[in-house]
Design a protein around this ligand. Sequence first.
Ligand code: ZN
Length: 132
Amino acid sequence: MQPLMNHLWPDGKLLGIEWSVWKMLGWAGNATFFSRFLVQWYVTEKRKQVVVPQAFWWLSLFGSLTLVCYSLHQRDSVFIFAYAFTPIPYLRNLIIHRRYKDAHQDCAGCGRKIAPQANFCPACGVQVPKPD
Ligand SMILES: [Zn+2]
């Protein structure tokens, strides 16, 4: 047990890292950003098709914003540039996702949500009225 503790806690520091509030923020950003891959992979495996769920974009947005804050604190230009502009496509994808969701309509036959491009309800087969 002691050799393991020596690796996990060398010199009295967890994982040998000099911990501070900023370091914890940076690692929280890393964990948030990394977790998006696990979420995307899980949903893709579950549905047996490649899916990018809305949670992926939220985790990307919060992870990258946290990492931008950390990189600004570190004054590391390479790190700042790597994350400074990534929130733009994440926000744009969230907006497009919201608009697509709002464009769904309720089926007159069964009340389920129908995709905007659908001509018939996939659940009950009722024809979807198209707005002019
Ligand atoms: Zn229906």
